[in-house]
Design a binder for this molecule. Sequence first.
Ligand SMILES: *Cc1c(COP(=O)(O)O)cnc(C)c1O
Length: 308
Amino acid sequence: MVNNAAGALLLALSALARGGEAVVSRGELVEIGGSFRIPDIMARSGAKLVEVGTTNRTHPADYDRALTPDSKILLKVHRSNFQVTGFTADVAVVELAEMAHARGLACVYDLGSGLLINLSAWGLSGEPTVSEGVAAGADLVVFSGDKLLGGPQAGILVGTEKAIAACRADPIARAVRADKLTLAALEATLALYRDHTTARREIPVLRMLTEDLGSVKRRATAVLQGVGDKAELVEGDSEVGGGSFPGAKLKTWLVGIKHPAPDTFVTQLRSHDPPIIARVAGSRVLLDARTIFPEQVETVVAALKADG
Ligand SMILES: *Cc1c(COP(=O)(O)O)cnc(C)c1O
């Protein structure tokens, strides 16, 4: 465990590829929010970036051709916050790990969001789970503690004994280490995952992503009843956001309020105590009931009445 996934990847690259080359597809040279950029992290780690393939298509032979005696790792980076569609090809991490091992190299997988439960039963697919990354044979799987995992800001490295030992021994480990409070919070979050039903109930992000539509609608109706005539029930979509499940949408129920100056109204709601984050569509301000917890209904109703 380190202080964030950016630190985890820096550490992984330093421990396994410093002074050598790390090979990565041009389609995976991503930027994540807050100026995390793969080429920049690579440069700071002391590993030399070797780009292969093209933006839309990368093949196994591209990696092969790029290998030199200085090659240390094959790096796979998950495209957490955008999609590439159309004429595309990439090399699956399981194949990349096999290639790496056949050539005496290591495979590092920056998986991003730290999804621990497969959410395809709730209509969400495309985001790899940590166990899939580990099962694919990557020597190190790197992910965040605070995205889909739902814990404190942290970066987590899971991998082989040898790769983890190399990370522990690297001087960067100390510079990016997580503090006691982070470890305690992460432990508490991870403990909830022993039972997936408990995790879905207790971890807010999972609760929101897996709540059934009927109960979202009931809550939207409760807000509606509190606010009165000026609000209406609107059918719509929720976006997962937070740099995960790019392009995925979940059906939801929204509370819509027509307003002559919706942008002003949204700004007022944001400066309310506590702040209420809504969105604007046309002349309406929309609040997604999926993201309002039962215990927050009253507060939201009060804010809508005060500012509307
Ligand atoms: C979010 C993300 C990171 C950075 O994670 P932090 O914990 O915010 O530092 C790195 N790589 C990928 C693929 C990500 O999605």
